[in-house]
Design a protein around this ligand. Structure first.
Ligand SMILES: [Zn+2]
Length: 122
């Protein structure tokens, strides 16, 4: 089986196993399984991981631009929110889907899962 980068397939929203089937059936919800190869997507457990990365990226790169705009233009606060509110919102939504795909595909490749009783024996 050919190797598919989990970053690349995740960004495209493709199956981590075959890189053909669609991961998503909606904006953020996953299909139960791959329509191409039958891989089971119900094990998906990215948790808050994608949201944390979105917060970091938007907080580090976009929010400072909004603050800079506000300070440099002396725009009223309502205008800053009117302009930058939608930009920040769209950036968050736009980043969440590919990052969710990447996180799941990394989970798949590394076989990451919750720790269960018996995993560690002393
Ligand atoms: Zn597949």
């Amino acid at each position: 089986m050919a190797y598919h980068s989990p970053i690349s397939t995740g960004m495209k929203g493709r199956c981590p196993k075959c890189a053909e089937g669609e991961l998503f059936k909606g904006l953020l919800s996953f299909n139960d399984s791959c329509l191409s190869c039958g891989a089971d997507f119900r094990i998906e457990d990215a948790g808050d991981g994608p949201a944390v990365f979105v917060i970091f990226i938007v907080g580090i790169f976009i929010v400072p631009l909004a603050l800079l705009f506000h300070l440099k233009t002396n725009a009223p606060t309502w205008l800053t929110f009117l302009i930058w509110g939608p930009i920040v919102t769209l950036a968050c939504i736009g980043l969440l889907r590919p990052l969710r795909g990447v996180m799941f595909n990394l989970q798949w490749v590394t076989k990451a899962r919750e720790i269960r009783g018996g995993d560690y024996k002393s």
